[in-house]
Design a protein around this ligand. Structure first.
Ligand code: MTE
Ligand code: HPA
Ligand code: MOS
Length: 823
């Protein structure tokens, strides 16, 4: 990597900055609070907890069919296997056999029917993990579980055809899209598809449950949502929530995959621990983790757009068919976010959006960084690319012509104004720093001279809504303790998954109390410290928990200020807390000394804090409201080179410019931007989920499922923070950063489309490149483009056909499909 702009993420750089800013905790690129523990291997993950004497291990017997009735279950051979202590089925669950986060359609263990291949059917508890796994593998035998196969629905298309959904379709419409499309000078319709994505957290799912006295249960869980784990375990046991404590020190990544789906593991470990009165650990193997848990929703789209000579959209309709899998999980909220991100950065006066949560006999898809936002916005970028190619214009110009404006053209389809829009200046700055126009010209020259290697370039913008789109989830709590020596312990409801929430929250508290970061420690997340927390998700971890911790620290500071004014003189409102010193009335004293005086004066030195995001509301019937407190923005320029004989390609250069408001920690924010970009690139290029005709996921290990490696990071990589501050009074005027940068990777996919289209410069169609753009997909797209030049019918995925205004094609019928067609 060369020429980084802004804060360096190298540890030397971060260390130097830390030294320079020793006294200032907030707004500086301090290293992640666990950085040294991460690199030394000292950081403790759930599997690193010392095992208590008598610990047993669980392995799961998984369904061999995508959809079947369990005709018979004879577990005697499993019980007799070496080391086996107990075998449990759904019948052994004392409370509710459900761990679904919203609907009650997620059995912990299958009852009489299995709904996907990989579904847990029984749990084997043995003296070692190895013996448990060996015994569980007996599930492969017909003598153990006999199935009567039922018809399985394995594709989005098949589910859509049958109108088989886990939740009713979502439909948002504004204006008169059909009429506007019909009247437009140009029209275009198309189909597109994007694959799913496995979260591939480096630390797999895991739970360790320890029974406590009087029907208590302590569950260590690698989870983004300890309160939810507490609740589902309590329901499963049929006991009140106060019997259950869930704790998480940190995760080795979650990426949405541990927002709801840590539950089945937490429940089964707790079930076994409760039953056997012994500590029980459940750590599925990576392959089982792949087979059991849901992923990012893959999507199939149909779109239709009418536009003017400048490529300005006059009317558009889209149907987004998402693969929900066998149960609802979080799909309703994911689909809602997809609906609310179809617009991405663009004003759509007349628009119709349908989202379908298709029910298939596959894993139940769930949260993954972006949470439907990427699936909503990607099709818009593909559509605008097709529009630009239809008009023979640079897609960049068509994009900018459609940008949300300020004051006018600023109302989203769901009725929220885009009040904090920085798209135009941000894009201008990026085009300048990336040298886009000159590189576009040079690339055309290169492609004219180069028959086999073709280059492509693209700029794509991002506008991402920040807040949970379920308003009540936007709340958080914290509990801050100041001890007699002046050291501070912060408990908050957020969970650390590598994203740096603990570092940022500690920075906020340190900033509030005028202490160096070394004075502030963040505890493990624990449901007995802060109750009823939301998942650390929707990128809101630092926004919500930072505000709650700030409130708690402020309460303590105000109490201390009262006392300081008494001791030192002056007005309590003018007491200053800086450099671990307290100043008042022209005198000062060390913070620790004041704290000790406060203790001796019986001043309360700990406080809770609470935060609820203002302004957010949502009407789930009309799909309108103000679902987001604010928006985060960004844009990226990517340039690729494609080998048109093999379909292989390389990202040559990427320039990312992203808006994090006023950064609490630029080093962490740049890490999130780069990580999100590379993860998004993996989704759109190398990561391919493939189920066979039986519904068996065949890409269930790194051998067959390729996430990006360090070698995929471009040699020429420029990441910068856009100078901005949040228009809303968020903590430090910062903005959330976790998810939005994933969408910056659209630029890589669109650059690949650009390179493919350069293969057949005189083609009459836009390139039909599906995502992920694997080498096969790239070769297919080149072949389809060549066929279109030859005048053949085009049938590859991503079909686009065009019509001009004078054609007899009736626009209202142009996109097939009952849902879309029914206005
Ligand atoms: N970064 C790391 N290193 N590991 C993760 O698991 N998850 C992402 C993002 N960045 C993730 C990550 C997702 S999906 C979300 S919603 C946010 O972090 C959650 O954390 P935050 O709200 O504190 O940003
Ligand atoms: N993101 C993540 N999780 C959620 C959301 C969201 O927007 N809404 C409900 N759960
Ligand atoms: Mo992130 S997908 O909201 O956990």
């Amino acid at each position: 990597m060369t020429a980084r702009i802004h804060a360096s993420t190298s540890s030397a750089g971060a260390r130097a900055s830390a030294a320079t800013h020793a006294d200032v905790a907030i707004g500086v690129p301090l290293p992640h609070e666990s950085a040294e523990l991460h690199v030394s291997g000292e950081a403790a993950y759930t599997d690193d907890l010392p095992e208590l004497a008598g610990t047993l291990h669980v392995a799961l017997g998984l369904s061999r069919y995508a959809h079947a009735r369990i005709a018979s279950l004879d577990l005697s051979a499993v019980r007799a296997a070496p080391g086996v202590v107990e075998v449990l089925t759904a019948a052994d669950i004392p409370g509710e056999n459900n761990c679904g986060p919203v609907l009650h359609d997620d059995p912990i263990l299958a009852e009489d029917t299995v709904f996907y291949l990989g579904q847990p059917v029984f749990a084997v508890i043995a003296t070692s993990r190895e013996l448990a796994r060996r015994a569980a593998a007996l599930a492969k035998s017909d003598d153990v579980v006999r199935y009567e196969p039922l018809e399985a629905v394995l594709t989005v298309a098949a589910a859509r055809e049958r109108r088989q959904y886990v939740l009713p379709p979502l439909h948002l419409t504004r204006g008169e899209p059909a009429a506007k499309i019909a009247a437009a000078a140009h029209r275009l319709q198309g189909e597109f598809e994007v694959g799913g994505q496995e979260q591939f957290y480096l630390e797999g799912q895991i739970a360790y449950a320890i029974p406590k006295e009087n029907a208590g249960m302590l569950v260590y869980s690698s989870t983004q949502h300890p309160s939810e784990m507490q609740q589902v375990v309590a329901h499963m046991l049929g006991r009140p929530a106060h019997n259950v404590v869930c704790e998480c020190r940190r995760m080795g990544g979650g990426f949405g995959g541990k927002e709801s789906q840590s539950a089945v593991f937490a429940c089964i470990a707790a079930l076994a621990a409760d039953r056997l009165r012994r500590p029980v650990k459940l750590r599925p193997d990576r392959d089982d983790d792949f087979m059991i848990t849901g992923k990012r929703h893959d999507a199939v789209y149909r779109y239709e757009v009418g536009f003017d000579d400048d490529g300005r959209i006059l009317g558009t309709r889209v149907e987004i068919a998402l693969r929900a899998g066998y149960s609802a999980d979080l799909s309703g909220a994911v689909a809602t976010r997809a609906v609310c991100h179809f617009d991405n950065a663009y004003y759509l006066a007349d628009v119709d959006i349908v989202a379908l949560c298709c029910k298939t006999n596959t894993q139940s898809n769930t949260a993954f960084r972006g949470f439907g936002g990427p699936q909503g916005a990607l099709v818009m970028e593909v559509m605008l690319d097709a529009v630009a190619r239809e008009l023979g214009r640079d897609p960049l110009d068509v994009r900018m012509a459609n940008y949300y404006g300020i004051g006018e053209r600023d109302l989203t389809p769901y009725g929220q104004r885009v009040g904090d829009n920085v798209l135009a200046p941000l894009t201008a700055q990026l085009l300048e720093s990336s040298d886009y126009r000159q590189r576009r010209a040079a690339l055309g020259e290169f492609n004219r001279r180069s028959p086999v290697l073709k280059r492509g370039i693209a700029m794509t913008p991002v506008k991402f809504g920040i807040s949970f789109n379920v308003p009540f989830l936007n709340q958080a709590g914290a509990l801050v303790h100041v001890y007699r020596d002046g050291s501070v312990l912060v408990n908050h409801g957020g969970t650390e998954m590598g994203q740096g929430v603990n570092t940022k929250v500690a920075q906020v508290v340190a900033g509030e109390l005028g202490l160096p970061l070394t004075q502030v420690r963040v505890s493990a997340t624990d449901t007995s410290k802060v109750a009823n927390t939301s998942a650390t998700a929707a990128s809101t971890g630092s926004d919500l928990n930072g505000k709650a911790a700030e409130a708690a620290a402020r309460t303590i500071r105000e109490r201390l200020a009262e006392l300081a004014a008494k001791i030192l003189g002056g007005d309590p409102a003018e007491v200053r807390f800086e450099n671990a010193t307290v100043e008042a009335g022209g005198a000062s004293m060390p913070f620790a000394q004041l704290v000790n005086e406060a203790y001796l004066s019986r001043v309360q030195l700990w406080s809770d804090g609470f935060y609820a995001t203002p302004k957010v509301h949502w009407d789930s019937k009309t799909l309108t409201g103000h679902p987001f407190y604010y928006f985060a923005y960004g844009a990226a320029v990517s340039e690729v080179v494609v080998d048109t004989l093999t379909g292989e390609w390389k990202l040559l250069r990427a320039d990312l410019l992203h808006d994090v408001g006023r950064s609490i920690n630029p080093a962490i924010d740049i890490g999130q931007i780069e990580g999100g970009f590379v993860q998004g690139m993996g989704w759109l290029t190398t990561e391919e989920l493939w189920w066979n005709h039986e519904g068996r996921l065949m890409t269930h290990a790194p051998s067959t499922y390729k996430i990006p490696a360090v070698s995929d990071v471009p040699a020429d990589f420029h990441t910068a923070l856009y100078r901005n501050e949040n228009a809303e009074p968020t903590v430090f005027r910062s903005k959330a950063v976790g998810e939005p940068p994933l969408l910056l990777a659209f630029s890589v996919f669109l650059a690949l489309r650009d390179a493919v289209s350069a293969c057949v410069p005189d083609a009459q169609a836009a390139p039909l490149l599906r995502a992920p753009a694997t080498p096969e997909a790239i070769l297919d797209a080149i072949a389809a483009l060549e066929a279109s030049r030859a005048g053949d019918a085009v049938t590859a995925n991503g079909t686009a056909t065009t019509a001009t205004a004078d054609s007899s094609n009736d626009a209202s019928e142009a996109v097939p499909g009952d849902v879309l067609g029914a206005d």
